[in-house]
Design a protein around this ligand. Structure first.
Ligand SMILES: [Zn+2]
Length: 317
């Protein structure tokens, strides 16, 4: 009989659960991530929706920050639960080893173990979504960091003069200037500086240019939307150039809803500026192998083939 694995993607708002037999998904559940109910709410929701099956191992890829020593999410800004347990309640319920990693890190490992990065020792996975996150495999090893938080490259400074404050409190960060959640704010700032007039510009000025509207209007040729998409591509290019300078990856996979839905307006624009910003020959940029399920397959990858950087936090059977 094929071994069963449980993979879980704990997002800020969505919880995805996959039951796998080997590499085949045999059951999937998608629901809201609990926002109330205390520190065991997320683990309890997972157990309630899976039932007591026997798994070889369990991989959990989660929003951070993490404390991998304890297997908890600690003080996350993205879910009102703030701090909650993952590893121990799950390993007690399933009587199986549970490996926890950050979502971007897991997605990078997913590319390395199961995706387009098989056989590639150096790669980066970047998500461009509500926020911006980065996971990196260097010399075949997953970059994890002291407590499991070496994925915060979205907070690389890309503009020392913008004066734009990030959700984290810092100034001029990649995520603050270009992530989905920040697009209406950046659009409004840029609209104030622009001398023209267009439909997108008017929406932006009122602070209500959503990412969906921005990219749709740019696709339709709205001049303000086209300029703003170009600016946002420059921001992504400068962030990615920093990732290239730091890690020298052979390939960069990009996922996250903003990128996956708007690759046509982003990939060439980003590459053009990377060539300008980067000292090194830029590596190819590829669409995330597992698309919207990159984090879920990342969770499967850490369950199937846990990197040694995470096995020291192993807990369970
Ligand atoms: Zn920041």
């Amino acid at each position: 009989m094929t071994s069963k694995f449980l993979a879980v993607d704990v997002g800020a708002s969505r919880l995805k659960i996959g039951v796998f037999e080997g590499l085949n998904i045999v059951r999937r559940v998608e629901l809201e991530t609990p926002k109330t109910g205390g520190p065991l709410a997320v683990a309890r929701t997972i157990v309630d929706n899976v039932g007591f099956e026997k798994f070889e191992s369990v991989g959990v890829a989660s929003i951070g920050p993490l404390d991998l020593e304890r297997g908890w999410v600690v003080n996350t800004p993205n879910n009102p639960l703030k701090t909650f347990a993952l590893r121990d309640p799950l390993s007690e319920a399933f009587k199986a080893p549970v490996i926890v990693a950050n979502d971007c890190m897991a997605a990078a490992w997913g590319e390395h173990v199961l995706g387009g990065g098989v056989g590639v020792g150096d790669l980066a996975y970047i998500t461009i979504s509500t926020g911006v996150g980065v996971g990196v495999v260097v010399d075949g090893r997953l970059l994890v960091g002291r407590r499991g938080n070496a994925h915060e490259a979205g907070h690389i400074v890309v503009d020392v003069d913008s004066g734009v404050r990030c959700g984290c409190g810092g100034l001029g960060h990649w995520e603050a200037l270009a992530s989905g959640a920040n697009i209406p704010r950046i659009a409004s700032i840029k609209a104030g500086e622009w001398g023209g007039d267009s439909d997108a510009w008017r929406l932006a000025l009122g602070g209500s240019l959503s990412p969906e509207a921005l990219y749709a209007m740019a696709r339709a040729g709205d001049p303000f939307a086209v300029r703003l998409v170009d600016y946002i591509n420059r921001v992504h290019a400068s962030g990615i150039a920093s990732v290239i300078a730091a890690y020298d990856p052979e390939v960069i996979f990009v996922g996250g809803s903003i990128y996956l839905n708007n690759e046509d307006l982003m990939v060439e624009g980003i590459l053009k500026y990377i060539r300008e910003y980067s000292l090194l020959e830029p590596p190819p940029i590829r669409r995330a192998t597992f698309g919207d399920d990159s984090v879920l397959y990342g969770a499967l990858a850490i369950a199937l083939n846990p990197p040694r950087e995470l096995t020291r936090y192993f807990k369970g059977a």
